[in-house]
Design a protein around this ligand. Structure first.
Ligand SMILES: *[C@@H]1O[C@H](CO)[C@@H](O)[C@H](O)[C@H]1NC(C)=O
Ligand SMILES: *[C@@H]1O[C@H](CO)[C@@H](O)[C@H](O)[C@H]1NC(C)=O
Ligand SMILES: *[C@@H]1O[C@H](CO)[C@@H](O)[C@H](O)[C@H]1NC(C)=O
Ligand SMILES: *[C@@H]1O[C@H](CO)[C@@H](O)[C@H](O)[C@H]1NC(C)=O
Ligand SMILES: *[C@@H]1O[C@H](CO)[C@@H](O)[C@H](O)[C@H]1NC(C)=O
Ligand SMILES: *[C@@H]1O[C@H](CO)[C@@H](O)[C@H](O)[C@H]1NC(C)=O
Ligand SMILES: *[C@@H]1O[C@H](CO)[C@@H](O)[C@H](O)[C@H]1NC(C)=O
Ligand SMILES: *[C@@H]1O[C@H](CO)[C@@H](O)[C@H](O)[C@H]1NC(C)=O
Length: 593
């Protein structure tokens, strides 16, 4: 059986779509049983506790196709509450499944909770990760692929293989120690390494890299073309990704096909995902380096912090050696911005639907709401170090926003997030952006910090229409790309610079807008965007049956005393799968008769 693709799904998808055209042939379901637990690993030669999914670090890849229904039963075997968020999955009209503190009560240690969502009208490369308590710093992440439906052609030849690459800064300290440091205002300092797929660096330099570190080897065949899906899953370091002697043909980012262009390297900021086609067109006189090196850092201490993996052709003549391929010049501040601006949407490619991506002409739509959102470096508020957006540091309520809305509990949050920085002292608050349903919002992120920040919006893809150094003004709109700005879910904002995005508010719900940099996020750099459909929408997904209650609603929660043990996806028969299977057989039986 294919890992992660239960047979019930294949059965349903393959024969029944043919047998039952029309109403009975719903979108297929796929089921996953996950146990999230600590596992030990020594990525940098020091044994430490990391977070694994079904014992794996990084976790398993969710390999899906547009419109599939995904059911993931997550058992929390950590010693603290857990939520998994699906970075970039839009959960159409269903922020109940978003897995962030504003939408769901956390899954208590020892409990399980089943996520169920549809990957509606989406394609692309994304990743999931634990969203609470700095846990991503310990792992718990893995890839999400949403394949095109067969009726929709890829805008490039089918690659010969798919390679997932997770890059990220890494510390030997635990996520608990790291979050304590962040709370206390200690600088996290230089990471202990940059991991690639959970492994430390290849020993490209005997003086810098100690012996005995296990590194990632990517095995390839000469002449073939692979799709590399690269994600920055780290804490706060922007990374430059490159493969020695090989071009990176950019084809997709976070759910949009891009105009296809070759790059020799790409800056990938925290929380971003890219797909590149890489052709094995070299003579394999040696193996080749795959490198992820820190960007915009200015200290010799960082020299030894580089992620290095190995690209190994089956006919390779020997190990990689010599210096790593050069990074771009760190002091040319326009290099990275120009590279970001060069990433364009392929407006003639179809993605989730057959019509071209550019048939939605975002440049012609009237903007209904404008928010200029400024971040600042950490500052003291009520004696605690906090970060802010427009002077407000997000205060998570004990009752998640979605539950408070559903049960009409007053006073949990207010729709009063200011549309620009106000001249008043910074404060802690649960203040939401009031989004106009079916409106078209312009958001300008103005980064007043000294480091690159990336911002992510759940539930949506937004158009990145402009970025520049300096302070945004109304005149800056003259520079916007109104035609082929790429639609994605995470954008970088350079220090002392702004980035402008446009987003069509067609997805009702309460959606998290956050800094992806874990330290900024942890200290309060997030806000929720409420998009309320004023007409009662019958298709609105109601409160899930299995909702966990907490905060002001904790009295509604039954104890999960009888927890069912599933220690691995296939080991224990799953009742729902069996029922499903029986149903399908009886359906087939009926039809055959
Ligand atoms: C994902 O699943 C499809 C079948 O649905 C398969 O063709 C493909 O090889 C799988 N990809 C990965 C990376 O597992
Ligand atoms: C916990 O897992 C069991 C066994 O798979 C399942 O029946 C139950 O619905 C799950 N609980 C929740 C709250 O999702
Ligand atoms: C855009 O997509 C089309 C259609 O799939 C493809 O033929 C074309 O090569 C792509 N254009 C670029 C610039 O990548
Ligand atoms: C990208 O580079 C490859 C060689 O690695 C070349 O064959 C291809 O034509 C280039 N594609 C574009 C769009 O520049
Ligand atoms: C292979 O390519 C490298 C660099 O591109 C070159 O230095 C070397 O001579 C080539 N080796 C062979 C056997 O062609
Ligand atoms: C890096 O350090 C050098 C020397 O201390 C300094 O001149 C330069 O401005 C710094 N660059 C950045 C980007 O901070
Ligand atoms: C939110 O905005 C809508 C208009 O888009 C308005 O009708 C509604 O009263 C606002 N809600 C609050 C709580 O301000
Ligand atoms: C932050 O804002 C202050 C006050 O407006 C300004 O003086 C400073 O240059 C800004 N810093 C950055 C990095 O944008």
């Amino acid at each position: 059986m294919l890992p992660g693709v239960p047979f019930s799904c294949l059965f349903f998808f393959l024969p029944l779509v043919w047998l039952l055209p029309g109403s009975l042939a719903g979108d297929p379901y796929v089921f996953f049983d996950w146990t999230v637990s600590y596992v030990s690993a020594s990525p940098l030669g020091v044994k430490q506790q990391v977070i694994g999914v079904n014992g794996k670090f990084p976790g398993p890849v969710l390999n899906l196709t547009t419109n599939w229904n995904v059911v993931v039963n997550v058992k929390n075997d950590l010693d603290e509450p857990l939520l998994i968020t699906w970075n970039g999955v839009q959960h159409r009209k269903n922020s109940w499944q978003d897995g962030v503190s504003g939408t769901n009560c956390p899954i208590p240690a020892g409990w399980n909770w089943t996520y169920q969502f549809q990957v509606k009208d989406q394609i692309g490369s994304f990743f999931y990760f634990p969203s609470l308590s700095f846990q991503r710093a310990a792992g718990g992440y893995g890839g999400i692929i949403i394949n095109n439906r067969e009726v929709i052609p890829l805008p490039f030849g089918l690659p010969d293989g798919d390679v997932h690459i997770f890059i990220g800064d890494w510390y030997s300290k635990s996520h608990k120690e790291l979050r304590k440091d962040v709370e206390n205002g200690a600088d996290l300092g230089v990471p202990d390494g940059i991991l690639i797929n959970g492994f430390g660096p290849y020993r490209y330099d005997q003086a810098l890299i100690p012996d005995g570190i296990t590194y990632q080897i990517i095995n390839v065949e000469p002449g073939k073309t692979y799709r590399f899906r690269v994600h920055n899953v780290g804490i706060s370091t922007s990374l430059n990704f490159r493969i020695q002697n090989h071009n990176l043909l950019l084809v997709e980012t976070e759910g949009s096909y891009t105009a296809q262009q070759n790059y020799s390297n790409m800056d990938i900021h925290v929380g971003q995902s890219y797909s590149f086609l890489v052709t094995m067109d070299q003579n394999a006189s040696t193996d080749y380096y795959i490198v992820a090196s820190p960007r915009f850092v200015n200290s010799s201490d960082w020299a030894k912090v580089t992620g290095v993996a190995v690209l190994h052709y089956s006919n390779s003549q020997g190990p990689a050696s010599g210096p790593l391929p050069d990074p771009p010049n760190d002091y040319d501040k326009y290099f990275s911005m120009n590279q970001a601006r060069s990433i364009r949407w392929n407006v003639s490619a179809g993605a989730a639907r057959p019509n071209p991506q550019g048939s939605f002409k975002y440049g012609q739509i009237t903007v209904t709401d404008v928010y200029v959102i400024q971040n600042r470096p950490p500052e003291l508020i009520d004696g605690k170090l906090r970060t802010t957006l427009n002077g407000i540091s997000y205060l998570p309520p004990t009752t998640p926003l979605m539950l408070a809305q559903q049960f009409k509990i007053p006073g949990v949050y207010k729709f009063d997030f200011p549309n620009k920085l106000m001249s008043r002292p910074p404060k802690l608050d649960t203040s939401l952006i009031n989004g106009t349903f079916k409106g078209f919002m312009e958001i300008i992120f103005q980064n007043n910090d000294t480091t690159v920040q990336s911002y992510h919006l759940d539930g949506y893809a937004f158009f990145v229409v402009g970025m520049d150094f300096g302070v945004w003004t109304e005149n800056s709109r003259g520079t916007y790309n109104k035609w082929d700005g790429v639609a994605r879910c995470t954008t970088q904002v350079f220090p002392g610079a702004w980035t402008a995005i446009l987003v069509s508010l067609d997805n009702a719900g309460i959606w998290n807008l956050r800094a992806q940099n874990l330290d900024s996020w942890y200290l309060g750099q997030e806000v929720y965007l409420g998009v309320v459909n004023p007409e009662i929408d019958a298709t609105e997904v109601p409160l899930p049956d299995n909702a966990i209650y907490c905060g002001l609603l904790s009295a509604l929660q039954k104890n999960q005393a009888q927890r069912i043990d599933f220690s691995g996806a296939e080991s224990i028969p799953d009742v729902s799968k069996t029922i499903f299977f029986l149903l399908i057989f009886s359906l087939i039986g009926t039809l055959v008769r």
